[in-house]
Design a protein around this ligand. Structure first.
Ligand code: SAH
Ligand code: SF4
Ligand code: F3S
Length: 471
């Protein structure tokens, strides 16, 4: 199995005018599209954009795979489990495709995303019923690809991979859809950090930032459609350095300050940040910008300097703790979440205890923890690995420590009145919204609307949510 496929063939996209001019006259917009998304928020954003790009071809989203004329699996390569899921899912879709074929209906299956980029042609070898593989930076070619398949054009290329700089955002239709009061907006792509365990630099390609005006325009469009909260996305979002109209680089902090001027936008978030790329502009934004939420996801991965160095994270625990301290100085309301990898090659018991001590120092409000998963082609996969049992014991212990802090954080909201953005308002008056710190908050209200911000007094808390009454 080849690791990061070099089989990069490019499907040349048509421009929008050509696309419509070439639609066959007998074509009627009645096709169904099923998209299954794995991985990070960037994949969620990409799936939304794929769906939007296929709407002009007459595709409409469905959540019933049996009715789908087109199935897209948007994949994640970050851990082995995520990749395994793809092939079990594809087996299921093959059965759907065969059943539909027996009923005289055709089904196109497309693998998109990071496994597509990493495995390329190997996917077609392992699952020959897959029609096309596209990577995370080339999915703007999908409308042309799908049209060619629908018209049964011969010699349709089956692979579209690689990293054509910026082309994706230039080619995608500017019209966006919106499914609720919250919207994602990718502002930065790729990564140049090359942490030794991670596939992202290989699957998403080199780091680049979208120009400031593009981001502002898309944000305004989303707000016009009804978005109240926008989460800016990037695998290294705080390394953002998009150019302004004068060709000058803009930091994430400055971008946030510009977005704060957008009337109607009530909440801003950004993820995922790297500790090394925190700068004064970002700290000032957290001090000065009221719509910027006081909750930061800042993955530390490990609390041991020895492990951090082996991971090539480019900071020490002291550096990380100092950043946390600084954020709190600029905005005492700040709370933090993080990612942790346990059982990294060479991690000793003492290293692991350093991680637990760091958690006790920062009191993380939320966290995601993972057992190290060796990824093909990455340096950490090529050295001696720890015993699986040790990895799983450490994960269990770490989760216990993290759970304690999470519950303690949630309990600090008892009796407090907090602003909640309404996400769901059911007919029986049961409502759910989000706190500034991303808690699910449950309450009842006879007539509130999705997108409202309400003051809720918290009456009880659990690990996962808060419950309260409207005041
Ligand atoms: N860009 C972000 C994280 C991207 S991946 C950052 O630098 O922090 C999301 C998370 O997956 C990582 O923070 C890490 O905790 C986890 N992860 C990445 N590669 C992994 C691997 N090989 N095994 C286990 N977890 C991994
Ligand atoms: Fe992966 Fe490291 Fe880049 Fe994050 S910073 S995406 S963990 S290589
Ligand atoms: Fe997964 Fe790709 Fe995101 S590997 S975490 S979907 S960048």
């Amino acid at each position: 199995m080849s690791t990061f496929s070099s089989l990069a063939q490019t499907i040349q996209p048509l421009d929008a005018a050509e696309r419509f001019a070439t639609l066959p006259p007998e074509y009627t917009p009645t096709k169904r599209l099923f998209i299954k998304t794995y991985g990070c928020q960037m994949n969620v954003y990409d799936s939304e954009r794929m769906e939007e790009a296929l709407v002009p071809l007459g595709f409409q989203a469905t959540d019933m795979v049996d009715t789908a004329d087109l199935i897209i699996v948007n994949t994640c390569h970050i851990r082995a489990k995520a990749e395994d899921k793809l092939f079990s899912e594809l087996g299921r879709f093959r059965i759907v495709k065969n059943k539909r074929k027996d009923a005289g209906q055709s089904t196109i299956i497309i693998v998109a995303g990071c496994v597509g980029q990493a495995l390329g042609a190997d996917i077609l070898k392992r699952a020959p019923y897959v029609d096309v593989v596209v990577g995370p930076q080339t999915y703007h070619t999908l409308p042309e690809t799908v049209m060619r398949i629908l018209w049964a054009q011969p010699n349709q290329p089956k692979i579209s991979l690689g990293f054509p700089k910026m082309e994706k955002f230039d080619e995608l239709p500017q019209e966006r859809g919106l499914k609720g009061p919250q919207a994602f907006l990718s502002i930065q792509e790729g990564c140049n950090k090359f942490c030794k365990y991670c596939v992202v630099p290989y699957t998403r390609g080199p780091e680049y930032s979208r120009p400031l005006s593009d981001v502002l325009q898309e944000a305004k469009h989303l707000v016009d459609l009804g978005a109240k909260e926008i989460t800016l996305l990037g695998q290294n979002v705080n390394a953002y350095h998009g150019l302004d109209a004068g060709g000058k680089e803009t930091s994430l902090g400055r971008l946030i300050m510009a977005l704060a001027e957008c009337p109607g936008l009530t909440r801003l978030r950004y993820t995922t940040s790297h500790p090394r790329d925190v700068d004064d502009d970002l700290l000032c934004a957290h001090r000065d910008i009221k719509i910027l939420m006081p909750f930061l996801h800042l993955p530390v991965q490990s609390g041991s300097n020895r492990v951090l160095a082996r991971m090539n994270r480019q900071y020490t625990r002291e550096f990380y703790l100092n950043i946390i301290e600084k954020f709190l100085q600029y905005n005492p309301k700040m709370a933090f979440s993080s990612d942790f990898i346990v059982g990294y090659p060479g991690e000793s018991d003492d290293d692991f205890q350093d991680t637990c001590r760091l958690i006790d120092q920062v009191h993380f409000a939320q966290a995601f923890s993972f057992m190290y998963s060796p990824r093909p082609g990455t340096p950490a996969a090529m050295v001696k690995q720890l015993d699986e049992q040790i990895k799983s014991q450490r994960l269990q212990h770490l989760n216990g420590v993290l759970d304690g802090h999470r519950l303690a954080f949630n309990q600090t909201f008892q009796d407090q009145v907090i602003p909640v953005l309404v996400e769901r308002a059911d007919e029986d008056h049961g409502c759910m919204g989000r706190s500034e710190y991303m808690h699910s908050v449950h309450f009842t209200h006879p007539f509130c609307a999705v997108g409202d911000i309400l003051n809720i007094q918290i009456q009880s808390s659990s690990h996962n949510s808060l419950k309260g009454v409207v005041v």
